[in-house]
Design a binder for this molecule. Structure first.
Ligand code: MG
Length: 367
C-alpha cells in the first residue's frame, strides 16, 4: 500500500470564550486547525489533525504546520502508511524538530493502518481499554466566586476532573486553591495548572502555603531547569506538560524525579508514534498520565482518547476534550462526545471519526 495523495485543509475553529493565558501572554479567540487527508493506492483514506492552542501558548504555529507538510510531503509520498515508523523517520529526516507539523500526518497513517487491520487504533497499538476516560475541564476563571461557578457548570455536565488555571497573583492563587479544596467532592480529580506562570520563588511560596493540602501543580515554572531547581525544596506533586516535548525530556524527567505525572499533548509531542514511547517511559517509572489534544476538533480529541486507552486504567488520570470549547463541529456530532463527563472509545476501525469533507471547503494544498 502506498500514499498517493496528501490533501491539506485549513479550518478556523472559534472558541466559545476568548482565552487569556497566564503570564501576560496574548489573548486568542480562534484556533487555526489543519486537517490532513491521506489517500492510498488501495482505496483507503486516513485523516489527521494538527491544531495548536493558539500560537502564543507554546512554539507551535498553525500556518507552520501547513508549511512543514509542504516540505515533508515529497518524502512521505509513496511510503506505506501502515509502516508508521518509516513515515516517522522520513519526516524527521526531511524536517528535524517541528514536531507539531508531523502529528497530523502520523495520525492519518495510524488511521489508515487501523482501517487496513479493521481495528481501532488503540487495539492496533496493543490493546485498548474500554473504561470511559474522565474529561478534565478547563477552569480559567480568576476570582474565588467565578472559580466556584465554573466548576459548578462543569459538574452539571458530569465532569469529575478539573484543571484549575492559576499562575497569576500568588495570594489570589493560594486563596483559590484553598477554596476549591474546600468544595472538592470525594472522587474528584483536581489539578492546578500554572501554565508556566510562576517564577521559582513564586512557585515555592504557593507550594509552601498549601503544603497541608497535598495538591498537584502542573507546569509550575517555565522550563525543566526551573522545575528541577525547586524540586528538592517543596513536597507538592508535580505534573509536566508544556516542557514534555521530546523523548529526551521524558527520560530526564523520570531520571531526575522532576514530576509524578506526565501531561502528554499529542500535537505538541509529534503524534501517537512518539507519544507511545513517552507512555512506556512513564509506566516504567510509576508515573501516571493525562492525555490531551493540544487543541482542536473531535478528531484531535479522538486521537488522544486512543492513546489514553492504551494506558492501564490505574495510570490514566484523565483526558481533555477541546471540542467542548469551540463553536464549530466539523464532524456533525459524530465521534466520541461528552457523556456524563467521560469519553468512550469508538469501536470503528482507525481513528473512528472523519470530518464532513464538504464542510471543510477546498483543500489549501494537494501533494
Ligand atoms: Mg497544562
Amino acid at each position: 500500500m502506498k500514499i498517493k495523495r496528501i490533501s491539506v485543509y485549513h479550518v478556523d475553529l472559534p472558541l466559545e470564550h476568548p482565552y487569556w493565558l497566564s503570564g501576560g501572554r496574548l489573548k486568542f479567540e480562534v484556533l487555526d486547525a489543519t486537517l490532513v487527508k491521506i489517500d492510498t493506492d488501495a482505496g483507503l483514506s486516513g485523516w489527521g489533525e494538527g491544531t495548536p492552542w493558539g500560537h502564543t501558548y507554546v512554539p507551535a504555529h498553525g500556518p507552520g504546520i501547513r508549511a512543514g507538510i509542504k516540505t515533508m510531503a515529497p518524502f512521505v509520498l509513496g511510503l506505506d502508511p501502515r509502516r508508521v515508523l518509516d513515515v516517522e523517520r522520513a519526516m524527521d529526516l526531511a524536517l528535524p524538530g517541528h514536531l507539531y507539523a508531523k502529528s497530523p500526518i502520523d495520525m492519518a497513517c495510524w488511521d489508515i493502518a487501523g482501517q487496513a487491520a479493521n481495528l481501532p487504533i488503540a487495539d492496533l497499538m496493543g490493546g485498548g481499554s474500554r473504561t470511559p476516560r474522565a474529561i478534565a475541564s478547563s477552569v480559567g476563571a480568576k476570582t474565588v466566586e467565578e472559580t466556584r461557578a465554573v466548576i459548578d457548570r462543569y459538574r452539571q455536565r458530569g465532569y469529575i476532573a478539573h484543571s484549575v488555571k492559576i499562575g497569576g497573583d500568588v495570594e489570589r492563587d493560594i486563596a483559590r486553591i484553598r477554596d476549591v479544596e474546600e468544595i472538592r467532592r470525594p472522587g474528584e480529580i483536581v489539578l492546578y495548572d500554572v501554565n508556566r506562570g510562576w517564577t521559582r520563588q513564586q512557585a515555592l511560596r504557593v507550594m509552601h502555603a498549601t503544603e497541608d493540602l497535598q495538591v498537584m501543580f502542573e507546569q509550575p515554572c517555565e522550563t525543566l531547569d526551573d522545575i528541577a531547581a525547586i524540586c528538592g525544596k517543596h513536597a507538592a506533586p508535580v505534573s509536566v506538560d508544556e516542557s514534555l516535548v521530546t523523548l529526551q525530556d521524558a527520560t530526564r524527567i523520570t531520571r531526575d524525579g522532576l514530576a509524578e505525572v506526565f501531561g502528554i499533548k499529542l500535537n505538541r509531542v509529534g503524534g501517537l508514534t512518539k507519544a507511545a514511547r513517552m507512555r512506556d517511559v512513564a509506566l516504567a517509572h510509576g508515573i501516571d498520565m493525562f492525555v490531551m489534544a493540544t487543541g482542536g476538533s473531535v478528531l484531535a480529541d479522538c486521537e488522544a482518547l486512543h492513546l489514553a486507552a492504551t494506558i492501564p486504567d490505574a495510570n490514566c488520570r484523565a483526558v481533555w476534550a477541546c471540542q467542548d470549547m469551540i463553536t464549530v463541529d466539523i464532524a456533525g456530532g459524530r465521534g466520541p462526545r461528552n457523556r456524563d463527563g467521560h469519553l468512550h472509545l469508538p469501536e470503528g476501525p482507525g481513528v473512528g471519526v472523519h470530518p464532513n469533507e464538504d464542510a471543510l471547503g477546498d483543500p489549501v494544498a494537494v501533494y
